[in-house]
Ligand binder design. Structure first.
Ligand SMILES: Nc1ncnc2c1ncn2[C@@H]1O[C@H](COP(=O)(O)OP(=O)(O)O)[C@@H](O)[C@H]1O
Ligand SMILES: [Mg+2]
Length: 319
């Protein structure tokens, strides 16, 4: 199983949207066995995939990720235990050439359980929090052979420790970013967290890609400036290399349709994402293909190096 952390400290850059889109296309177009881990109490990604009702029922049954990540109840849970926490979008009966939405498995938690879990975490002395960085990774270990790709969705800023726990379970980092200064201006924050998640550990996070998302008109000044500055930051080794323009996600009304919790009963990719020739659909297909190619790359990905001058460059490049 290859695990991708879809991580930025900013909210609203499309982390959850990208998680849902990639899960759908990887599973339904490329037949990958996909697991989605939703670390956000809002459950936008989990709800978009399995629907609000399935989530509510699971939480009533106490099948909630922060419960699984409670070391007092389950330390190093075994496969049978972890499997009881998996929610699955049901299989559709495929007919002919139509691409039906394939099953996707999800781990998610209720807000109440996350609140309790965060309180437990916050009460720990700072220097012992690092002892729990492997909590998620320990929960995913028993599933390594059962899935091809795992996507981890993160909440906006809040807990750096939760972000480190998430990235400690991730082998690759996908950084979604909106092409505007609000989203790019404090990129040194997620870069710092990714570095801290690897500190004092053999764990290495490979830079999968920086994805421009919710893109306005590509001719706009904001888009061109953002792309140029992110390109230079990635060349400096600060952030993952940019995905190609044909993989970028446009600002489209179809995105809202696909993310609607009530659209989780749409049965085919086309019903959910529009015609296979539409710019939105073809963009997502390109992105999925590029993600798979980058995951398979044989050459060693360049390691990320935080630059002391990162913040200054960030501002300089934007000018
Ligand atoms: N490609 C897109 N086009 C238009 N709206 C989008 C697109 N991607 C995401 N959105 C919308 O933008 C908002 C932020 O996206 P979301 O995935 O929730 O971000 P995050 O998870 O980073 O907070 C949501 O309202 C979502 O529906
Ligand atoms: Mg989100």
């Amino acid at each position: 199983m290859k695990t991708i952390g879809i991580y930025h400290t900013k909210g609203g850059v499309g982390k959850s949207a990208v998680t849902v889109f990639l899960a759908d296309f990887l599973a339904s177009l490329y037949d990958k066995r996909v697991l989605v881990v939703d670390l956000d109490p809002q459950n936008n990604a989990a709800g978009g995939l399995v629907g609000g009702e399935m989530l509510e029922n699971a939480f009533i049954d106490q099948r909630s990720l922060p419960r699984l990540m409670d070391p007092a109840t389950y330390a190093n849970p075994d496969k049978a235990t972890v499997e009881t926490f998996l929610l699955q979008r049901p299989e559709q009966k495929a007919r002919g050439k139509t691409k039906f939405l394939a099953p996707v498995s999800v781990l998610a938690g209720s807000r109440a359980d996350w609140d309790l879990w965060m309180d437990w975490l916050a009460a720990l002395p700072m220097d012992s929090q690092a002892n729990y960085f492997e909590l998620l990774s320990d929960c995913l270990k028993p599933l390594q052979q059962d899935f091809d790709i795992c996507l981890i969705d993160f909440p906006g800023s809040q807990s750096r420790t939760l972000a480190k726990i998430g990235m400690r379970a991730a082998g690759w980092w996908l950084l979604p970013d909106k092409p505007d200064w609000f989203s790019s201006g404090d990129l040194d924050v997620p870069v710092g967290v990714v570095h801290e998640a690897q500190k004092n550990s053999p764990h290495r996070i490979r830079p999968l890609g920086t994805l421009l998302n919710i893109c306005p008109n590509r001719g706009s000044t904001s888009y061109r400036k953002a792309r140029a500055s992110l390109q230079r930051l990635s060349e400096d080794g600060g952030i993952p290399p940019l995905f190609s323009k044909s993989s970028e996600i446009l600002h489209r009304p179809e995105a809202l349709n696909a993310l609607d919790k009530n659209s989780s009963d749409a049965r085919t990719l086309v019903k959910r994402y529009g015609s296979t020739t539409s710019p939105f659909y073809t963009g997502l297909r390109n992105l999925t293909k590029e993600v798979l190619e980058r995951l398979d790359e044989k050459h060693k990905a360049p390691s990320l190096s935080v630059l002391a001058k990162f913040r200054r460059n960030l501002a300089d490049y934007w000018r």
